[in-house]
Write a protein that binds this ligand. Structure first.
Ligand code: MD6
Ligand code: FE
Length: 202
């Protein structure tokens, strides 16, 4: 397994996925999106998010006027498709866990998309890690502490990079400030996919 480094309690495996593995994951994401199309989410406050979202697994993370939550169905009413085996294999390899994630959230960033600083805290149990996969254009990922007032550090996440955050960093604030459009040739349409796998149910 390639080298990893740690930043603020997040473990990063740069270039963990080679080009073939990245292309296979993109094909898997397109199959997920064929069953459960990307939606343009709105925050509970009514603000449109700049990312497009879908998901796989028994539960999917959604947001709308009624709040942030996990749901057993895509907003269209269809069940979420199963998490691709390629993603489950990555989860097993890098977390070492037997427990499978309940949700694989799929975010698509167009060239102008970003994600404000947030904590992932809609899950029922924070003792499990979250695994994150970056595919496509580079993204400037900002990492803070569990306390919002703590300083932040930034790291460019590139296509094929995988991040695991668990332990004390599980509730750290984080976000994506911007992409570097055109930095990757993986997606013909440009932009970036980010997958995050989560255990939701204790
Ligand atoms: C992103 N990632 O990389 C945004 N959340 O596009 C996240 O918000 C995230 O990378 C929870 C765990 C890992 C993450
Ligand atoms: Fe997050």
């Amino acid at each position: 397994m390639a080298e990893s480094f740690q930043i603020r309690g997040f473990r990063v495996w740069p270039g963990h996925l080679d080009r073939a593995a990245q292309e296979a994951l993109v094909a898997d994401i397109r199959a997920v999106a064929a069953a459960a199309p990307f939606v343009a989410p709105v925050t509970p406050g009514g603000k449109p998010m700049t990312v497009r979202m879908t998901g796989a697994g028994r539960l999917g993370w959604v947001t709308d006027r009624h709040g942030y939550r996990y749901e057993a169905r895509h907003p269209s009413g269809v069940a979420w498709p199963p998490i691709p085996l390629s993603v489950l294999a990555l989860w097993r390899d890098l977390t070492g866990l037997n427990r499978e994630p309940d949700c694989c959230l799929v975010n698509f960033y167009g060239p102008q998309a970003r994600m404000g600083l947030h904590q992932d805290k809609d899950e029922g149990d924070f003792s499990w890690p979250i695994l994150s996969v970056s595919l496509g254009d580079d993204a400037l990922f900002r990492i803070g502490g569990v306390d919002r007032a703590e300083g932040t550090q930034s790291v460019w996440l590139r296509s094929g990079d995988v991040v695991v955050f668990g332990g004390p960093a599980r509730l750290a604030w984080h976000g994506v400030d911007r992409l570097r459009p055109g930095s990757s040739t993986l997606l013909p349409e440009g932009g970036r996919f980010n997958l995050t796998c989560r255990v939701v149910v204790p």
